[in-house]
Design a protein around this ligand. Sequence first.
Ligand SMILES: C[S@@+](CC[C@H](N)C(=O)[O-])C[C@H]1O[C@@H](n2cnc3c(N)ncnc32)[C@H](O)[C@@H]1O
Length: 344
Amino acid sequence: MAVRYIGSKARLAEAILDIIGDPSKGSSHFVDGFCGTGIVARAAALRGWSVTGNDTLLSATYLADASLYNEHELDFARIGDYAAAIAELNKAEAANGFIWRTYSPASSMFCNYERRYFTEDNARRIDGVRNLIADWHERGLIGYREQALLVADLIEATNDIANIAGTYGCFLKKWTSQSEGKLVLVPRTLFPRRIDHKMNVGDVFNITTSESDTVYLDPPYTKRQYASYYHIPETIAYHDEPTVEGVAGLRPWKHIASPFCYKARALHAISDCIGRLRAKRVFLSYSSQGHVALDDLLTTLPNNGRVTVHQLGEIGRYRPNRIAAEGDASVEEYLIEVTKDGRA
Ligand SMILES: C[S@@+](CC[C@H](N)C(=O)[O-])C[C@H]1O[C@@H](n2cnc3c(N)ncnc32)[C@H](O)[C@@H]1O
């Protein structure tokens, strides 16, 4: 199962691309500034755009890249093939590693908390699989792409057995039936053809675009910081052993706290971000439940260019669980098109 991602545009990607349109001679490069799982970049790639994605989270760029790899750009020859690599990983020797020590009940032996993100068995499997991917990479048996793909597969498999209500912001006290299942990696269906794609890990304020690029921006629109809500995928991606804090066991994240998550800073951040882009065509996804009211965006964004609002209609937004869904109304999602006309 794909990672349940806050603000995912899984249900909107096609509608967004219907508005953005197909690549043309004048503009054929699509830049997804906040790529998350990469679902919008993938929809663009399927329509023939070459794509660049960007996100502050390494785990997000792995997920996004993994959705775009075609078999002809992957080389698993030293392991066999992609399916054989997944089969080997599913047999990897379990290890008492960082995930086991920190995020399973074994944590009570190492700190004051008994964390229940994963059963001990699954946590040891995650450590074992991640170690084996790193070992293959270090020994040159696989390269960057293959390891990014396999780590993304591990992150997705981990999501299936995590004892959480949607995100890694906290774990549940009682074990869910899924969390008691066994970690199993599943090979994905690869992208149908080879396309030009690359992903950057970094702040959207540092991306470089050209005038002819078409840029899609899907910033966070609530106070939920992705770096803390997805801290475990991030640790799996980096394969490091950070000093973690509190009952949730968060890795340090404040250095990448997003300005878009603060009500007082979000409007300026959005406008500043658009203002810095050289690209002339910019599309911004936003929601009626976001920090910034549509009216405020419509007052400020004309400083950057000509503004058109496209309603994407009411959409049931991502809810972490049934209880959250019951108390939650539909949300209006819109896509704001900013065409820079030289005023910015
Ligand atoms: C609403 S989500 C994007 C969801 C994505 N469109 C999808 O459908 O999966 C926002 C993303 O922005 C990233 N992010 C937050 N602040 C950022 C920044 N300053 N620069 C780059 N990415 C940022 C988060 O890590 C998160 O992945």
